[in-house]
Write a protein of this length. Structure first.
Length: 339
């Protein structure tokens, strides 16, 4: 038995020297000290020894066990230390490595200008209203006092879906929808997409954007309209901007006008931007026609209102001196990243 114990000690020592992981270490422990381990089996045989031999063999067996346990403990520490070290090495962060640049998007020029317009009107107490892009003929034309034989109804201008359903050609139908659902005082702007059956060129696109404005209340006059539009023009194009209202015709306003702003490039002296006129036309406006108020369920004997419609593309072209509307829709980053 003494020889057996000694050979166990030597075998354990040899094996433990080669161990390099915790799993291997555990395997060696089980091989010798486990429930069915070699040393355990020997200890079980103690009973069969001569009584005189037992204490001697007992203490030798204990020595061997302690010896093996001590090596295992030492090895455990070594392995843990080296594992820790390699983990730290693997996790090291090199703070000198250059960062990864994540490309950041930003707003489209049309959105930048639209946000500016909203900001200006929200600041003057207007609310934002919306309406559908697929619209009934009734809202887009009929209710806006545009008679059946009006040239705007020609299929050359309008995308019809059915005889009485179409892609709205203007944001003006939102006027009717808002009046139907609310009572004065009304003060809204309605930005949105509109569609016309136009061929694409530098100044035309089958899809573009308008911003409609509508104010209805008691005693609203053309003077109020002019004041609001003046504010708008100056906030948009600078404090020195002058405005000029020219008589015009729209079926849904009476009287109607177009508004020009003094050219912000040349200040009115004349330049290529304003085609030497000193003025640039930016919107249509007028006092809401009594029939239109009626169609919206509002009594024109008690209330009056004004309305205006601005083209967002035009505003933006002038704001940034862009000469081709197609650039807005081509998604060319070389263009878009300039704003
Ligand atoms: N809807 C008109 C257009 O598309 C623009 C317009 C003019 C709107 C005068 C208005 C207005 O509300 O009063 O040309």
């Amino acid at each position: 038995m003494k020889l057996q114990l000694e050979s166990i000690r030597n075998a354990a020592k040899d094996l433990l020297e080669k161990v390099s992981s915790k799993q291997e270490l555990e395997a060696v422990r089980i091989k010798f000290l486990g429930k069915k381990g070699e040393l355990t089996l020997i200890l079980r045989q103690m009973g069969s020894l001569h009584p005189e031999e037992r204490p001697k063999m007992g203490s030798l067996a204990n020595e061997v066990r302690e010896y093996i346990e001590a090596i295992i403990e030492k090895k455990t520490e070594e392995i843990e230390a080296s594992e820790r070290e390699s983990r730290i090495k693997a996790e090291t962060i090199d703070v000198t490595v250059p960062g990864i640049l994540h490309p950041l998007g930003h707003r489209h020029p049309l959105s930048i200008v639209l946000d500016e317009v909203k900001e200006i009107f929200l600041g003057m107490g207007f609310k934002i209203a919306t309406g559908p892009e697929i619209e009934w003929d009734y809202y887009n034309f009929e209710a806006l006092n545009i008679p059946k034989n009006h040239p705007a109804r020609d299929t050359q201008d309008t995308f019809y879906i059915t005889d009485n359903m179409l892609l709205r050609t203007q944001t003006s139908p939102v006027q009717i929808r808002v009046m139907e659902h609310s009572q004065p005082p009304i003060r809204i702007i309605a930005p949105g997409r509109v569609y016309r059956s136009d061929a694409i060129d530098a100044t035309h696109s089958p899809l573009f954007h308008q911003i409609e404005g509508l104010v209805v209340d008691k005693g609203v006059t053309m003077g109020d309209l002019k004041g609001i539009l003046m504010q708008f023009a100056q906030r948009m194009y600078g404090d020195n901007t002058k405005i000029r209202l020219r008589p015009h015709h729209f079926p849904f306003t009476e009287p109607s006008c177009e508004m020009d702003v003094s050219c912000f490039r040349c200040g009115g002296a004349g330049c290529p931007m304003c085609k030497n006129e000193g003025w640039i036309e930016i919107l249509g406006a007028g006092m809401v026609h009594p029939k239109v108020l009626e169609n919206g369920g509002i009594n024109p004997d008690i209330y009056s209102g004004y309305a205006f419609g601005v083209g967002l593309e035009r505003l933006t072209l002038f704001k940034y001196s862009i000469d081709d509307m197609r650039l807005f829709f081509e998604n060319d980053l070389k263009f878009l990243t300039q704003f």
